[in-house]
Design a protein around this ligand. Structure first.
Ligand code: CUA
Length: 337
């Protein structure tokens, strides 16, 4: 048989599309199938169990189906009428009881895991607690008791590895969903409600976080990062975040003035008109707006036209400064460590 060229192309394009789609699942920092946290492990166990059960059902059904297809096919020259049956109590009991047993096998660990994951209240006072707030289209992380210190950061969540961290999830505008696929499951961000969850990373590493609820034009870019550190590195990071930055050079000092005149009303005011992230340690970040790499070219791009970077961003265009003012402002921001 010769396969027509058209059909061949059709098959090849389906394979190409699948390769493209499935390749997206390969990033281990963004993959729920290669978990790096305890909650992720528990969830993968459930996924594996349900897939095994489904594969078992599939195998049995397909085997019976193929057997019946071959065994009872219409044979040449045979014209007798097959035996007519109306219901079979035994069969009906079998195909009712087996699914009940399978569902019970799935239900017990599912309920157990659900309760374990829901136990999101720390047992000890010194467990690390972080208040997470979702905004269109960025994340605020407020450390409530990191080494006895309380402070805020945004877009980059730093945690000690090998330790359960307790998160309070708050919402201020619309629905979002907090998700770090490699570490744990999703949790809804609901304005007016506080949800809680715990998260851990077994090893130090960098993990990708996502907003998993369609929340507006910038939804797909509402990314954040999770950095899991060794205990010593985490303590150093906390110390750095809680040591105020003092501008050194003339440019930094001029930049600070411009920041205070133009930016602070949203970025440091307790009751801003438009809430913006706390930028007091902006120089320590690895990203700008959670998505661009942290360099001056990208900072300029973001400041001058945020909308072109993240559609729907509520950050106004900073296009009214002269070149020198812009340079000073960027100097101040990049050096604020
Ligand atoms: Cu926030 Cu999608």
């Amino acid at each position: 048989m010769v396969v027509s060229r058209q059909r061949l192309w059709r098959v090849l394009s389906v394979f190409a599309l699948m390769a493209l789609l499935l390749a997206g699942c390969g990033d281990p920092r963004l993959n729920a199938l290669t978990p790096k946290g305890t909650a992720g492990d528990m969830q993968l166990d459930l996924i594996t169990l349900s897939i095994l059960i489904m594969l078992g059902v599939f195998a049995v059904v397909i085997t019976i189906f193929v057997y019946v297809l071959i065994r009872y096919r219409k044979k040449k020259g045979v014209t007798r009428e097959v035996k007519q049956v109306h219901g079979s109590t035994l069969l009906e009991i079998v195909w009712t009881v087996i699914p009940i047993i399978l569902l019970a096998i799935l239900a017990v660990p599912t309920v157990q895991t659900t309760f374990k994951l829901a136990a999101a209240q720390p047992k000890t006072e010194d467990a690390l607690k972080i208040k997470v707030t979702g905004y269109q289209y960025w994340w605020e992380f407020e450390y409530l008791n990191a080494n006895g210190k309380r402070f805020k950061t945004a877009q980059e969540l730093h945690i000690p590895a090998g330790e359960k961290v307790y998160l309070e999830i708050h919402g201020k505008d619309v629905l979002h969903s907090f998700w770090v696929p490699a570490l744990a499951g999703k949790i809804d961000v609901v304005p007016g409600r506080v949800n809680t969850m715990w998260i851990d990373a077994k090893q130090p590493g960098k993990y990708q976080g996502k907003c998993a609820e369609l929340c507006g034009a910038g939804h797909a870019l509402m990314d954040f990062k999770v950095y899991a550190h060794s205990k010593g590195d985490f303590d150093n990071w906390v110390a750095q975040q809680t040591t105020p930055y003092k501008p050194q050079t003339v440019a930094e000092k001029e930049g600070e003035k411009i920041f205070k005149q133009n930016c602070i009303s949203c970025h440091a005011n307790p009751n801003p008109k438009i809430k913006g992230p706390d930028l007091s340690k902006f120089g320590t970040r690895e990203t700008i707006a959670g998505i661009l790499s942290h360099n001056e070219t990208n900072l300029k791009k973001w400041l001058e036209d945020p909308e072109s970077v993240k559609p729907g961003a509520r950050m106004p265009k900073i296009n009214y400064l002269n070149d020198q003012e812009m340079k000073n402002l960027m100097e101040y921001l990049m050096k604020s460590k």
